[in-house]
Ligand binder design. Structure first.
Ligand SMILES: [Zn+2]
Length: 142
């Protein structure tokens, strides 16, 4: 069974494609704060299942350790990237009409969606590592 450090490492590694895809969806460079947040969110996502469903018994794998949860997370990634793309496009379209406040709101929303995307990547890294254990992943949990 992969330990906490393995999942944290996978979370760090998962942040790389998350940053690349979020940057591509945004169509511009991400701020260093957003990039750091993506890294933190990916690590948080990679450790979340074991924090909420700790490995304190052989049959600990509940819904967060299930094929269904992994599939939902996988399907949410392109949705988040599309939402980032939409925000970035609306940013460009309304460039001359934006107030500073609207720009800030848009930036916060874009960063938030990047963090959600990164946490999904981290979460998926956890699922991938756990599916290759002898216990595997249950379809729906326990
Ligand atoms: Zn686990």
């Amino acid at each position: 069974m992969p330990g906490k450090n393995t999942h944290i490492t996978a979370g760090v590694v998962s942040a790389v494609p998350a940053i690349v895809l979020c940057k591509k969806a945004a169509g511009r460079a991400l701020s260093p704060i957003t990039a750091a947040g993506i890294l933190a969110a990916s690590v948080a996502g990679s450790t979340l299942p074991d924090r909420l469903e700790p490995a304190d018994c052989p049959n600990h794998r509940g819904f967060l350790h299930s094929v269904v949860a992994g599939t939902v997370a996988f399907l949410l990634v392109p949705e988040c990237l599309n939402a980032i793309r939409s925000i970035a496009e609306s940013e460009t379209e309304a460039l001359f009409y934006n107030s500073r406040e609207e720009e800030c709101k848009r930036e916060i929303l874009l960063s938030f969606l990047c963090f959600i995307t990164a946490s999904l990547f981290g979460f998926l890294s956890h699922q991938i590592l756990d599916v290759f254990t002898p216990a595997g992943l249950p379809v729906l949990g326990k």
